[in-house]
Write a protein that binds this ligand. Structure first.
Ligand code: MF3
Ligand code: CO
Ligand code: CO
Length: 252
């Protein structure tokens, strides 16, 4: 069942979304070569808690940390660790989800650590453009397949592949609500968008093939071919006119 948000619920979604975005802005300002992904987690945890929020990932189905940190060929759900030190040339995705006043705000970005190779930067830039291409088709009456089609077209025309095993999702009082938002597919198919829906768009784009492998920790998802993967995520609202991005930092 897809929950259509009331105007009061939308207000609360805006607040939690803005805080999630501010969390990423804050962490970005602190990222440095040599710090560990556990350090990133501590920054994330303290920022959320000091702003009255709960980190949604902490203890979510047993996930042990307050954000996901996915380095290089890690696609998603990387677990922050004192063993993973940031190196010059790495790309690091940080995925944060706040719970504020009972509502979830979910966003992620892929950051450059030091000097990143041009071909790696291109993957990251195209991935951002894929997320935005998916967002820009959103409006009442459009269909979820339109999102996937826009993303797949842009990714594949650049020689990349779209991860199929993980997708975006409805979001609100629950972290993961209906509908599922897949990042590939056909225009004119799937659930019709309606004003008041809130969901994430979070394409994971691989330099090589789309296949994934789950590590033995039960969480970390890597590319099967060990090539690089990038991701960006926003939580959006369907409005009468089109869409509103709920996870923009109003001060950034
Ligand atoms: N934030 C992720 C998403 O975009 C979900 C992380 S769940 C966790 O849906 F348990 F891995 F943290
Ligand atoms: Co999400
Ligand atoms: Co997320």
């Amino acid at each position: 069942m897809i929950h259509i948000k009331s105007s009061r619920e939308i207000e609360l979604m805006r607040e939690t979304g803005a805080l999630a975005a501010k969390t990423l802005t804050y962490i970005e300002g602190q990222l440095e070569i040599g710090m560990t992904t556990e350090d990133v987690d501590a920054l994330c945890h303290d920022f959320m808690v000091s702003h009255g929020a709960t980190p949604a990932t902490l203890n979510y189905n047993g996930f042990p940390k307050s954000c996901c940190t996915s380095l290089n060929h890690v696609i998603c759900h990387g677990i922050p660790s004192p063993k993973d030190k940031l190196k010059d040339g790495d790309i690091l995705n940080i995925d944060v989800t706040t719970i504020l006043n009972g509502f979830h705000g979910d966003t992620n970005k892929t950051f450059y650590i030091g000097d990143v190779a041009p071909e790696t930067k291109k993957l990251v830039e195209v991935t951002y453009d894929c997320m935005m291409a998916g967002i820009e088709v959103c409006r009442p009456g459009a269909q979820l397949g339109d999102i996937g089609a826009a993303i797949q077209e842009l990714a594949e025309s650049n020689g990349y592949s779209v991860v199929r095993d993980y997708c975006g999702h409805g979001i609100g009082r629950e972290f993961h609500e209906d509908p599922q938002v897949v990042h590939y597919g056909k225009k004119g198919t799937g659930v019709e968008m309606r004003e008041g829906m809130t969901f994430t768009i979070e394409p994971m784009i691989n330099m090589g093939k789309h296949h994934t492998k789950l590590l033995n920790d039960g969480w970390t998802v890597i590319t099967k071919d060990k090539k690089l993967s990038a991701q960006f995520e926003h939580t959006i609202l369907i409005t009468a006119e089109g869409f509103e991005i709920l996870t923009l930092d109003p001060d950034a």
